[in-house]
Design a protein around this ligand. Structure first.
Ligand SMILES: [Fe+2]
Ligand SMILES: [Fe+2]
Length: 294
């Protein structure tokens, strides 16, 4: 069973690159199930039912969330209506929404859940380690394998969770920092792990937001609007293979498309592509009827 996990989808640029590229990724890698973190899908701030439906239409099977869960006011009344979307299971009692989802593919049942870290995270949440034990008591007997999106700030909390769950679930991938880490690996008892899957959205930015305003805030400390950025879109995530018989992970590979430019020639190529895309977009807008523009 091949699982593709996609890191935080940020705004319209993130949703667009996903819709454009995901069908090709599914076919190229023979992906069985796609899970995506959608906590920043609505202009960087939370998600709505409409956005979730757009993400499902792009080819995602299940959506996980994070600390931005309630940024869109309407979402509190919408969340329970959305199947295959789960909230962090350790939000305090009384929060609406599913604590986990199960996706079945050719008889293989994958349980999916989501937790919030407590270290350096402002959102109120219960102990994620105790919550993992509680959720797994229901999920493990029901499923062939389990995947956790651990939405947390610190790598130490994520690695500790990996040790807590190694041998009990098939895969744990972190989200929230929007920066992919270079530590995709298997733990000794077969848990596939990566500290952070990274961001799906505009990289001409600081974590998906307009970088100029964030830089100014770092320099002089004054508050600024963290508006959505544009340009240099990428999909970040990882590909996980789970053995259908042993139900253990057998491989995990990071996925970034397009690759980050790390040589001068790659940078020049990337900037030229970006420029021609910007021109094509501007021409499209100039020739479009005003009613076609969203
Ligand atoms: Fe987050
Ligand atoms: Fe995020």
């Amino acid at each position: 069973m091949r699982l593709f996990f996609i890191g935080d989808i940020v705004g319209k640029p993130g949703r667009k690159i996903l819709a454009d590229k995901l069908p090709e990724i599914r076919a190229e890698f023979g992906v069985d199930i796609v899970v995506a973190n959608g906590e920043n899908a609505a202009g960087g701030n939370g998600i709505s039912r409409k956005m979730a439906e757009e993400i499902f239409r792009a080819g995602v099977d299940a959506i996980t969330l994070g600390d931005h869960i309630w940024d869109q006011r309407c979402f509190e009344s919408e969340i329970s209506l959305i199947e295959n979307l789960c909230r962090p299971a350790n939000l305090p009692a009384g929060n609406p929404g599913r604590e986990y989802v199960v996706v079945e593919r050719e008889g293989f049942k994958l349980g999916i859940f989501n937790l919030l870290g407590q270290t350096l995270t402002k959102t109120k949440a219960d102990c994620p380690f105790a919550a993992a034990d509680r959720i797994l008591a229901s999920l493990v007997p029901e499923c062939d394998a389990v995947f956790l999106d651990f939405h947390a700030e610190t790598t130490s909390e994520k690695v500790s969770m990996a040790w807590h769950l190694d041998g009990r679930i098939a895969a744990l991938v972190g989200t929230h920092t929007h920066i992919p880490t270079n530590d995709a690996r298997l733990f000794p008892k077969g848990l596939a792990f990566m500290s952070d899957a990274g961001m799906t959205g505009p990289w001409n930015s600081c974590l998906g937001r307009n970088w100029e305003n964030i830089l100014k805030k770092f320099v002089d400390g004054r508050p600024r609007a963290f508006t959505m950025a544009e340009g240099d879109n990428r999909i970040c995530g990882c590909m996980i293979e789970i053995d259908n018989i042993s139900k253990r992970a057998v491989s995990i590979e990071p996925y970034v498309w397009p690759q980050f430019p790390n040589t001068l020639s790659a940078l020049e190529k990337s900037l030229a592509e970006e420029e021609s895309m910007r021109k094509a977009e501007a021409e499209k807008l100039a020739s479009a009827d005003i009613n076609d523009i969203d």
